[in-house]
Design a protein around this ligand. Structure first.
Ligand code: MG
Ligand code: MG
Length: 254
């Protein structure tokens, strides 16, 4: 399908939507500590969205018969993405992925981070740092003349060099007036292949990297994706506009 090209003023609206996401994510990250429930993070996000005049992107999002019940995805340890906030209490040594989106001025923005709960072991630190590095490398590819395959190839190379598994079942995406637009942006692939990137494209790039197997299982809640081997997973995401001058990270906090 066609990849939408956004005008400068549309990208600026998306930057404002992204600013809301970034601001709230920073606040949520500051809240994370042992003893907090994931539902408390969701409640804080929902209250802030309302105060900033935005609307949640994920609440009531529907896939088939499943309706997502929260404004925030909270994915702990072996949970990869789409974890549902609950009465679960965070424990020292956990890692938690916070995936968050809003609609503002008619445009979507989408971003995710994975952070430690208190002190974490060196293995988890390395997983988080590597996934962050995968995101940074993916963003570097978001330039006119590069291709979708270039993005996946760099992510896959970095992750697999560390012995990690790259999730295949979920991918990044175009974003704009819809949360998920064309093209899909896989975190694996072959450099030089796929659609050409052009100024005005806005993509949500989001490596999901597993300590072990890339294989995924979805829990009976219809949403929570976990690693098939029970090992940990990390996830980072930014909404990024491609400009003549290179990537513009719309959801960066500054
Ligand atoms: Mg997201
Ligand atoms: Mg996304």
């Amino acid at each position: 399908a066609m990849i939408e090209i956004k005008s400068r003023s549309e990208v600026e609206s998306m930057r404002r939507a992204s600013g809301v996401v970034a601001e709230i994510l920073v606040e949520l990250v500051e809240m994370v500590r042992p003893g907090l429930t994931t539902a408390a993070l969701d409640a804080a996000a929902e209250a802030r969205i309302a105060r900033l005049g935005a609307k949640p992107a994920f609440k009531n999002y529907r896939v088939g018969d499943s309706i997502f019940p929260a404004v925030l995805c909270t994915s702990v340890n072996e949970e990869i993405v789409h974890g549902i906030p609950s009465g679960r209490t965070l424990a020292e040594g956990d890692i938690i992925g916070l995936d968050f989106g809003v609609i503002y001025e008619g445009y979507y923005a989408d971003s995710a981070v994975t952070v430690p709960v208190g002190r974490i072991d060196p293995r988890s630190e390395r997983l988080i740092a590597t996934t962050r590095r995968c995101l940074d490398a993916a963003i570097e590819q978001l330039r006119p003349g590069r291709r979708i395959g270039d993005v996946g190839a760099v992510v896959q190379a970095i992750a697999e060099a560390e012995g990690y598994g790259v999730v295949r079942d979920f991918v990044g995406h175009g974003i704009g007036r819809a949360l998920h637009e064309d093209p899909q942006v896989p975190n694996f692939g072959i450099a030089g292949r796929g659609r050409s990137l052009k100024p005005g494209m806005v993509l949500a790039v989001e490596p999901m990297i597993n300590e072990g197997t890339p294989a995924v299982r979805v829990l009976s809640d219809g949403w929570t994706a976990v690693t098939a081997d029970g090992k940990r997973s990390a996830h980072f995401e930014h909404t990024v506009a491609i400009t003549e001058d290179g990537p513009w990270v719309l959801t960066s906090a500054n």
